[in-house]
Design a binder for this molecule. Sequence first.
Ligand code: ARG
Length: 591
Amino acid sequence: MASVPSLASSVDQRVAAALLSALPEAGAADPLLRRSDRADFQANGILALAKKAKANPRELATTVVEGLDKGGVIEEIEVSGPGFLNITVADRAIVETLAARAADERLGVPVNPAAGTTVIDYAQPNVAKEMHVGHLRSAVIGAAMVEILEFTGETVVRRHHIGDWGTQFGMLIQYLIEHPHELDHEAAEESVAESGEQAMSNLNRLYKASRALFDADEEFKTRARARVVELQAGDEQTLAMWQRFVDESKIYFYSVFDKLDMDIQDADIVGESGYNDMLVETCRLLEESGVAVRSEGALCVFFDEYKGPDGKPTPLIVQKSDGGFGYAATDLSAIRDRVGNLKANSLVYVVDARQSLHFKMVFETARRAGWLNEDVHAHQLAFGTVLGADGKPFKTREGETVRLVDLLDEAVDRATAVVREKADKVGLTEQEIVENGRFVGIGAVKYADLSTSASRDYKFDLDQMVSLNGDTSVYLQYAYARIRSIQRRLPGVAAKAHPELALAPAERALGLHLDSFGEVVADAAAEYAPHKLAAYLYQLASHLTAFYDQCPVLQAESAELQENRLFLIDLTARTLSKGMSLLGIRTPEKL
Ligand code: ARG
């Protein structure tokens, strides 16, 4: 594990040092180094500093250039315009830095020295309910954040806060008690090995039947309400029935996560019910500290800034006037658990933006109660809505929520067709076609979700998602497979760095982009922004395309050139594959 400083950071340090000795009174100032079209980098920070020190910016820039230690890294540095610095790094420094990356399993990406513990709340479907595209977003974005954070050295605790508690269970359980064979596998003509699909259809049938009875029959309604009280009081028979719903739902959840090529562990599923024992205490603490007050019998937290349409303050209701606890009490208890027992420094919630008000209120309440503070912060990684082709929230033609499984199956079907078209040329077996179809189809769905900033809505457009051109996962997967295919065609030729060679412009551009991988990962982690990593990978593939146009590998002009180019594309393949795996997307060797 050897972390490799990027060229950008070496240049930055050198310029900053020269700046400090040219203008000591400015202290350690940021030279504001950026990638640039004019040279490799441009430093823009001198202008503002000179202005502040009432110095001439061009003169200051010139002094910086004169005092700079180039250290074999900087090939050329010149003052331009009113006082910018244009900086070109040495070809040798690029290849040597990349060689150091290639020698490291982590590609030279450093571990964050300030890493702590993050509890991330994601992939939280609801028991006895079908999963929809909203659950897809939480699962996909959350899983990517887990990988990205772990790669930076963060300790990550996963929490799947499934909806497994609440009044609807009174209705479901009561129905099951009155119709005891409805969840029997024999009743559904099922043998022992039950599929997720079958589990969901059982649950759906029960849900519909109990709902119908609940709406039609006042006496059943009363019995169902009493059943909720039994459940919350921990009555054994009631709990056993409830557990059957949870178990049946888990069969279904696991089948969907499996389709999504996602690993979910049972121990990380801690649903709303998991905090049941804490609810009374949470309310007591809030009431005793005065954070929450009784209002019309309910326990409420008030905020000046959140008002309803009538101008009256909208409180967060922690306990209802009938004594029942809701979503807020559970989330507040979960915060106490995650901070107190799991010792989190950061709490991240990958949840639909439409729940933002809830989380603002919950976080503010926790702050007032002292459970969140400067050392422990909470963040909602809020995501936007998935839209249909018509730009409206995604629905079936009949106006129903689209089943996630149907979408995934269709994505895999389409992707398999795309893979099959090229299969002969690449020499894929039927088994490889099927496997790649899954990787491409599921990758396409994940990438579409991850490649725009999470907070934005996006259109679910399968045609676009599996397209070979443009910003899609398939494009990236092909870029990877193409490298592997070139390598297979040059057996026995080493991928060897040759720092003595001069680099072509496309090689430099590819090399400098490869060198910035670690910084992008760090940004994506710090800002909870997986789309930054997706954008980086797309640019990487684009640099690779430009490189192929200008720098032949198979027909390279000399043996050294060929080895050096193989070295460059091998590191590109490894970076692509690592980056994609952080996003939860596979990179097949042959495509
Ligand atoms: N189950 C909820 C839903 O489907 C999401 C849960 C989000 N997490 C939380 N801690 N409230 O909308």
